[in-house]
Ligand binder design. Structure first.
Ligand code: G6P
Ligand code: ZN
Length: 544
């Protein structure tokens, strides 16, 4: 089989963002767009020859087309073996596990996460390295640099492989193994959690609803919750992956899972509701009459992890992204373990996990996970919650309230302003950045005094690298915080994210309405940054 070298010209926009290259499907459909990017990835790697590559995605529109291209380019570049999920499906955490389990060189994860799919929707390609986690910036920068100079890519003239038949097929000199996307992942989960205890919980009449949002977790959830754990059929809803996510928005938040939320707020509703996003790495947790914020969920999971067999000896430390609330910090303090504050993006947890400095990580953007893989993991979070509920025999609301009575409550909200003109958003951030040095000491309404104001810079304690300008932090003397940053995952215009947090002590008031509790911070943020004034919006596009 002769390798074909095809001439090409660079695209100027192949710069990976927070989570790989994410664009409209129409952008990926341009001639050689996918080929250029994948060849740029392979050109940036060392020692590809004979190694294993994992390939899979969330099943969204264009997944199958991109996978066939990726297989040919991988074979032409000398990979020895490709492991591909049946039907082209692999959840992001399952892909991470397969990479680690098979000592692969890395993997291509095809997804635009929680963004809508379909011909008018989004697509994405992300490269994960041998530890199973997203490529560090050193590699993504090399990929971008290569994409700016690329003049050819390598491929083969072979027919499409059959993505639906399990087993080995040959593409040139490379073996393609189509694997069950669920089996190895489900086996891993059984090593971490007490499946007998959770089975007992379901057998006692506990009712759960899991919304797979027509995305990749459907087959995983059916297998794990219904087949292995004995939850009744129908526990998993929207469980068949669809290339367009049934024209929905596979983002497990209170906007797109409103129906489930409302159901959980009724007395006849189930005991527990959960959901995961397009590629299965995010999670939403709702108990009867209690939505658990991702920041609280991280803190509660960390405080109770020892109740699950996989973490029975305790955790080494906790890491959270900078905009995530400080609720987890209090747990780390009590446990006497390390707490790390990292920039937004799961890739920043990789070194800490590899070095054994932390066991559990989380982000306000509905991501929680542990050292079992190097991605956040939606179903893992749901299973850890179930394990805790099974052992404690208390409801979600009781556990949350008990947590606040022990550690205090970090009232927390995020206000997003989407599709803001890039210029306007950039200038707004720059102007606020310029004001930061003068802010400490200033007093705003309700006697709120600024304790510090900076643009977050991260110094990785493991590899010594630095990442500057990761978001503006304005901290107040009472522990409250305003954080402002630009999203790194949007595909149209700019998204401004405003994060607000206020701490209420263990013996304080824990039953205030969140938006009211944070009202004065919202106004201070407006005084400082002028988001509403400058964007002409009178309210955020999304409040979470
Ligand atoms: C992706 C990443 C996360 C990140 C999130 C929000 O899901 O995997 O690590 O927290 O995007 O990023 P953004 O830049 O849009 O706030
Ligand atoms: Zn995702």
């Amino acid at each position: 089989m002769t390798v074909k070298t095809i001439k090409t010209t660079p695209y100027s926009d192949q710069k990976p963002g927070t989570s790989g290259l994410r664009k409209r499907v129409s952008v990926f459909r341009q001639p050689n767009y996918v080929e250029n990017f994948i060849q740029s990835i392979f050109d940036s790697l060392e020692g590809v020859e004979g190694r294993t590559l994992v390939i899979g995605g969330d099943g969204r529109f264009y997944n199958d087309v991109a996978i066939q291209k990726a297989i040919r380019i991988a074979a032409a570049n000398g990979f020895g073996r490709a492991l591909v999920g049946r039907g082209g499906l692999l959840s992001t955490p399952a892909a991470s596990h397969l990479i680690r389990h098979n000592r692969a060189l890395g993997g291509l994860v095809l997804s635009a996460s929680h963004n809508p799919g379909g011909p008018e929707g989004d697509f994405g390609i992300k490269y994960n390295v041998g530890n199973g986690g997203p490529a560090p910036e050193k590699i993504t920068e090399a990929v971008f640099a290569r994409s700016q100079a690329i003049d050819s890519y390598k491929t083969l003239d072979t027919p499409d492989i059959d993505l639906h038949s399990l087993g080995a097929q040959q593409v040139g000199a490379m073996v393609v193994e189509v694997v069950d996307p669920v089996a190895d992942y489900a086996a891993l989960m059984q090593t971490l959690f007490d499946f007998d205890a959770i089975r007992g919980l379901f057998a006692s009449g506990f009712r759960m609803t899991f919304d797979a949002m027509h995305a990749v977790t459907g087959p995983y959830a059916h297998a794990i919750f219904e087949d292995l754990l004995g939850a009744p059929r129908g526990t998993v809803v929207n469980g068949v992956p669809s290339p367009t996510f049934n024209d929905g928005h596979p983002d497990p938040n209170l906007v797109y899972c409103k129906e489930m939320h409302d159901l959980l707020m009724t007395p006849e509703g189930p005991d527990f509701g959960a959901a995961s996003d397009g590629d299965g790495d995010r999670n939403l947790i709702i108990g009867r009459n209690r939505f658990v914020t991702p920041s609280d969920s991280l803190a509660i999971l960390a405080a109770n992890a020892h109740l699950a067999p996989g973490y029975k000896d305790g955790i080494a430390g906790i890491a959270r992204s900078m905009p995530t609330s400080a609720a987890a910090d209090r747990v780390a303090e009590k446990l006497g373990v390390e707490l790390h504050e990292t920039p937004t993006g799961w890739k920043f947890f990789g070194n800490l996990l590899d070095a054994g400095r932390v066991t559990i990580c989380g982000e306000e953007s509905a991501g929680t996970g542990s050292n079992h893989v190097r991605e956040k993991d939606g179903l893992w979070a749901v299973l850890l919650w179930l394990n805790i509920l099974a052992v404690r025999r208390q409801g979600v609301d009781e556990i949350v309230r008990d947590h606040w009575r022990t550690y205090g409550r970090n009232y927390y909200t995020r206000h997003d302003y989407e599709e803001v003109e890039t210029e306007v958003a950039n200038r707004l951030v720059e102007d606020l950045r310029a004001r930061l040095p003068a802010l400490p000491g200033s007093v705003f309404e309700d006697d709120m005094q600024v304790a510090y104001a900076d643009d977050f810079a991260y110094h990785d304690p493991v590899d010594g690298s630095s990442s500057a300008r990761q978001g503006i932090r304005i901290g107040f003397v009472d522990g409250s915080r305003i954080v402002l940053r630009l999203s790194g995952t949007g595909t149209v215009g700019a998204t401004l994210r405003l994060y607000l947090e206020r701490y209420e002590a263990a013996d304080g008031r824990h039953d205030l309405d969140t938006q009211l509790a944070l009202g004065s911070l919202v106004e201070i943020a407006e005084t400082l940054a002028g988001i509403r004034a400058r964007t002409g919006r009178d309210a955020p596009s999304v409040i979470t």
